[in-house]
Ligand binder design. Structure first.
Ligand SMILES: Cc1ncc(COP(=O)(O)O)c(C=O)c1O
Length: 369
């Protein structure tokens, strides 16, 4: 039996589970899911732990100090839990979209939650949150802001640790592809960097949302959350990503339901998206290869959305399952409306992202943070 001295020791070594793949897929390579949702606070635990320990080591965070972050999900929970065990005050700036159970969990862990009220006319909730965060930082001398979109500690949490866990679990056998969703880019880019040291030809496959700007697509409204973004996180290292996939809300939510039905894994939206793509990717390789995917969070806080028939019907998402495979589109030229994919242009012929979207580092500069 695993015996640990506190929950911080559970923020790594997540299980690797063999998957059957979707009903419409015929995976030939062995398909594995890394259950990041099995950590006490889900996917960002290992990131929060690394950020805080790096900040302690560099002296940015002092004993009994204050951690301030803008988040409404897994990052907030990771920081709240690490702060609770290590004795830091944690302030989370969020917006009215935060769900009841996440807010309750954060409060239970001792975090203070500040909910912004005004939607910023150009920068939306993201900008409103950053402006409030700036205020808090100004009024709290010595406070530490982890900045998951920019901090090297975010991908740094994956480079050696996650890649090492995967290589060890598969006995050093060949991993042909890694499939992961992208929000800050930390998990895909950090893990790819680590795995590429051992398997230089591994394919690094990004899963994004239709309507997200991360891979040179126009911004549009979407219901899926966790992955996808309306700004570009500086932690997305485009040079190491081989291929991007985009999925619509209906494809993602129905993918979650299929993941639960076929594999017994009750997970959040990004896991459903990853499941659809990884099942197909595993068809592209032979039986002597492994395809690994990362499943970020549990399904509990999506009971009133992804797992509610009423919600699905209201948004006309019932029956919108992903096809057996994606359609190929031209990167930066065609607009994805349903499951599509494109290889990333590494010859500079097409920009990775459109020039008129802000980078996370621009926002922090603009706000003088
Ligand atoms: C539920 C969920 N899925 C996926 C992601 C994307 O992961 P990353 O930030 O490592 O790109 C996040 C990021 O916050 C998330 O919370």
């Amino acid at each position: 039996m695993l015996k640990v001295s506190n929950v911080l020791e559970l923020m790594k070594n997540t299980p690797l589970v063999a998957l059957r793949g979707r009903a419409v897929s015929k995976p030939r390579a062995r398909l594995w899911a890394k259950l990041e949702m099995a950590m006490p606070g889900q996917m960002k635990d290992r990131v929060a732990f690394k950020m805080v320990t790096d900040a302690e080591a560099s002296g940015v965070l002092r004993p009994g100090g204050v951690i301030v972050e803008s988040s409404s999900g897994t990052m907030a929970e990771g920081l709240a839990r690490v702060g609770c065990i290590k004795g830091y005050r944690v302030i989370i700036v969020t917006d009215p979209r935060i769900d009841v159970s996440t807010a309750a969990k954060l409060r239970a862990l001792g975090a203070e939650i500040l909910v912004v009220e005004k939607y910023h006319p150009t920068g939306g909730w993201q900008q409103s949150r950053l402006e409030r965060l700036r205020e808090v930082l100004r009024n709290t001398p010595g406070a530490y802001w982890p900045r998951q979109y920019e901090s090297p500690s975010n991908p740094g949490a994956y480079v050696d640790q996650m890649a090492g866990e995967l290589i060890e679990a598969l006995g050093g056998e060949n991993i042909a592809a890694l499939v992961a969703s992208v929000g800050s880019g930390g998990s895909l880019c950090g893990t790819s960097t680590g795995l590429k040291k051992r398997f230089p030809h591994i394919r690094s496959i990004a899963v994004d949302a239709v309507g997200s700007v991360q891979f040179n697509q126009p911004n549009s409204n979407r219901l899926q959350s966790g992955h996808g973004n309306s700004i570009i996180a500086s932690n997305i290292d485009y040079r190491i990503i081989d291929e991007a996939h985009w999925l619509s809300d209906g494809e993602v939510f129905n993918g979650c339901r299929e993941l639960a039905r076929r594999e017994g894994i009750f997970a959040g939206g990004s896991s459903g998206a990853v499941y659809v793509v990884a099942s197909w990717v595993a068809e592209q390789f032979g039986p002597d290869k492994h395809v690994v995917c990362l499943l970020p969070d549990r399904g509990d806080r999506y009971g009133e959305t992804i797992y509610s028939d009423e919600y699905m019907e209201k948004h006309h998402l019932m029956g919108q399952e992903a096809a057996a495979g994606p359609q190929r589109i031209r990167y930066g030229v065609d607009v994805a409306e349903r499951w599509s994919y494109a290889p990333l242009p590494h010859d500079g012929s097409v920009p990775y992202h459109s020039p008129d979207v802000s980078l996370s580092s621009d926002i922090t500069r603009e706000l003088g943070l």
